[in-house]
Ligand binder design. Structure first.
Ligand code: GLY
Length: 359
């Protein structure tokens, strides 16, 4: 089992990562002196597959656990669902000293984390992610939130967990689609680091067939990088890079998610966004051709054909320009070296989008 510390002074926490480690949770829970009363928030799919094992494990270290099940999917990451969770917490007389455990996907983590940040002015939060995307990325770093009908993640808070517990055994039940979504976030780390790129390049087929040893290594490498970035720039205030480079692929990605009415899942949309930023970097002449080709080839090996012809370029550009928070781009110069910029000519955006939408 690996332990990756996220160093944030009084808000520091460990990430525990391994395969088949659920039996170790009670000891970890007790050693961190986490609350004896706990609430588990999960979606119906995770409840069906994994809830029994988590509840019986937690029984060894908690005195009472409430289960709150929410509908799966980004559409339900809303104030309305958050409100239903608040009602359940009130009904079961939970207080701000009880723990709230997000058990499941990135959507569950963002939503439950937001509730933990706001209910009774904040309760201790625990992340037990069960998807590749959540283990690689969203369970770490304390970004929590819900969507506003016209803007993704518009309402939220930074609220760091007390513990992230990632058992890659949970990944064995994921669909290929979920693995591809996780790859969207993992390949982002390949843009940022040569060794991660080389590892993904060597093992992409192993990842797709859910080799758990390889998946553990992917999560480990990405988590180690993210832990350092979060420690250095917790609230994404570093304008020269910092945590903001993790928004690679997200500028277009989030627009596509919204315009597809969330039929495109987050990781899929990020994969498309990664392609677009690569095309922009090529068009403005900042990416080395050799690295452009290597990144493009890696992305092309993922069996994901989004059928982008259905998206209107005008609608995408309108969406990108209507939300100032999305106007920044992260562009690769070479593998392991990116820049963030807000000054991309509209003509370049438009012509590269045209090229992208052909695929
Ligand atoms: N997912 C981007 C971040 O955590 O900053």
């Amino acid at each position: 089992m690996h332990v990756i510390p996220v160093e944030l002074g009084t808000r520091s926490y460990p990430i525990f990562l391994g395969c088949n480690i659920i039996d170790r949770l009670p000891k970890i829970y007790r050693s961190l002196k986490l609350p004896l009363r706990a609430v588990i928030v999960c979606d119906a799919n995770v409840a069906r597959l994994h809830l029994k094992v988590l509840v019986s494990t937690l029984r060894q270290c908690t005195v009472a656990t409430t289960i709150i099940t929410v509908p799966a999917g980004e559409k339900h990451k809303s104030l309305e669902t958050a409100n239903k969770i608040y009602s359940e917490l009130i009904k079961h007389r939970h207080t701000r000293t009880d723990a709230l455990i997000a058990f499941g996907s990135g959507v569950t983590g963002d939503l439950a984390g937001f509730v933990a940040a706001t209910f009774r002015r904040g309760m201790p939060f625990i992340q037990i992610p069960t998807t590749l995307l959540a283990q690689v990325e969203s369970a770490i770093g304390g970004k929590t939130g819900v969507n506003h009908p016209s803007s993704k993640n518009a309402v939220g808070a930074f609220h760091q967990p007390k513990l992230v517990f990632s058992d890659v055994q949970f990944l064995s039940t994921l669909s290929r689609r979920e693995i591809i979504c996780g790859l969207g976030e993992a390949i982002k780390y390949g843009y940022l680091d040569k060794k991660v790129f080389a590892f993904l390049d060597r093992h992409i087929e192993d990842i797709l067939r859910k080799d758990l040893d390889i998946l553990e290594e992917v999560v480990l490498r990405c988590n180690a990088m993210k832990a350092t970035m979060i420690s250095e720039d917790e609230r994404e205030t570093d304008t020269t890079g910092g945590r903001a480079v993790l928004n690679l692929g997200h500028t277009l990605g989030q627009a596509l998610e919204v315009l597809s009415n969330f039929r495109l899942h987050h990781g899929e949309a990020v994969l498309i966004g990664l392609r677009w930023e690569l095309l922009i970097a090529q068009r403005v002449g900042i990416v080395q051709e050799k690295d452009f080709a290597r990144l493009w080839r890696l992305l092309s090996r993922i069996p994901f054909k989004p059928g982008l012809q259905r998206f209107s370029r005008a609608a995408l550009l309108k969406h990108l320009y209507s939300d100032n928070t999305k106007a920044r781009f992260v562009l690769p110069r070479s593998i392991g070296d990116v820049i963030t910029t807000a000054s991309i000519d509209k003509k370049v955006m438009s012509s590269t989008l045209k090229e992208l939408l052909k695929h």
